[in-house]
Design a protein around this ligand. Sequence first.
Ligand code: GDP
Length: 378
Amino acid sequence: MPNLKLGIVGMPNVGKSTLFNALADASAEAANYPFCTVEPNVGVVELPDPRLDLLFERVRPRAKVPATVTFVDIAGLVERASEGEGLGNRFLAHIREVDAVVHVVRCFDDPDVVHVLGDVDPVRDREIVRTELALADLQTVERRLERVEKVARSGDRDAKKEDRLLRRLQQDLGQGRPASAVTPENDEEALLLRGYQLLTTKPELYVANVAEEDVTGTGGDEEAVAARNPHVRALREAVARDDQPAEVVSLAAQMEAEVLGLEPEDRDEYLREQGLQQPGLHRLIHAGYRLLRLISFFTTSPKEVRAWTITQGTGAARAAGEIHTDFERGFIRAETIAWEDFVAAGSEKAAREQGLMRSEGRGYVVQDGDIILVRFNV
Ligand code: GDP
């Protein structure tokens, strides 16, 4: 996986744009990733990783290249989709490509900010948005069904099988249930289902947008925030009843926008004053990594130190393929050292002398924080 892609959804007026603007500020420093220039609803931020920072200090290469996380504001797009408006293919592709859905829910009371339904009720809001997502998926399914149906009528066996699956999806989605409620009956169905890339089959995360005073002094501890904010408690209880309870990350979007708008050196001081260790955005990104079971490995050279994202359990050759397809094709071995060992030894040379570098074959399961040098031949 080259980089994690998260799609933001939520009711109107819950703080999505505020959060998105905070992202824009965070990505301003990532000068390599032009934000807002090509597509206004896509933001790229760097994955904060102190390990990479320390490697950079030790190796002193010319550049530091962190992994990135892409946020796509798909809320408006989904709304329009379920109203049956035609969407551009590129937008649809963005929606389909997201790895997980981040559902922003309003948990702050503020009489100055109207709630479209009158009162703050995250549990109700969550249900409404879930229904929206199901309807957006229903559209996708019905478009596909129109085509498949015709082929199925001509007697095509594969089309008939697909037709059956699509009708089951249509049934569930039409009643507002997520596509994940449809269990594939065989590998063929599982493959088809994956191919549709439906939103309601994607893993989810919740962002509880709370007031500043709900997070200050908590150090980002979710229990502490929940103890202060009854809306967050209600949301957590509702989510806990799901088949696969999603993680709830509480943050104050408005404060995030202020924090991330500061110069990096002022940011830490501001956070300290607020009794926080890191911006909520970082907690959100890390939650995304946990959700999708993602880990990082690193490469170092005089040119750059760089972080790469892979799924837990990825073998060395496959991981090498993230760097370059030739590396996977011509993979010979991976010279590997754990990040801690590298830092303790102080340099690659010292690590080699101390026998800390291991030579691993293609099946070696890459560990979080491994530093890897790929030997290959094509
Ligand atoms: P969107 O429609 O979900 O994109 O919502 P916006 O980000 O535009 O926010 C709607 C309104 O809520 C704006 O007036 C924001 O200033 C306000 N808002 C957003 N986040 C917070 C927050 O954490 N606390 C408070 N008090 N207001 C917020």
